[in-house]
Design a protein around this ligand. Sequence first.
Ligand code: HEM
Length: 172
Amino acid sequence: MTDGATPTARAAVALLLTAAGLTAAILVFGDAAYIWIKAAHVIAVISWMAGMLYLPRLFVYHCDAKPGSELSETLKVMEQRLLRIIINPALGLAWVLGLWLAWRGGFLASGWFHAKLTAVLLMSGFHGFLSASVRRFGEDANTVPARRWRLLNEVPAVLMIVTVILVIVKPF
Ligand code: HEM
């Protein structure tokens, strides 16, 4: 329990410090803050995606590990830390900064933004599913076979490709 609480608290503090730093950037740089916030958004998105693509790979290995074995227990710690320290804070940051960019950039009524929002909502739903799966693996209660985890690994990859094309090309 203690092992899990400390990284979570650290991640929350990191998130708060980042938010405070970005608020200061907006106050100091005014309009020029937009590109800095966009850079921070892309950094958060890369961290979020790295975790979303890696977690299902860990699940594939976890399926082959005997419950109670050293490998299984190590994978549990890796999955829980990846979720709490990287994926969850990165998701929060990507959303907060992305919504600010949409508001400040005047994109809230744009077609491409609505399509991107749909893809990102699906990504966030998949994030929720992975989060619940980390809990199930932690209780040795996973029922999804390794082969299906390999297929599910493609979901964030496809959504990521769609999202990037929508925001860069802005086709409509
Ligand atoms: C979490 C919700 C998200 C929201 C609300 C959001 C919104 C936005 C907005 C409004 C911009 C500024 C666009 C511009 O200035 O032209 C932006 C930039 C960007 N976003 Fe997101 N985004 C989100 C998540 C994501 C995700 C998941 C990805 C990738 C998988 C992504 C990739 C990018 C990229 C690459 C840019 C830079 C585009 C450019 O400069 O041309 N975003 N985002």
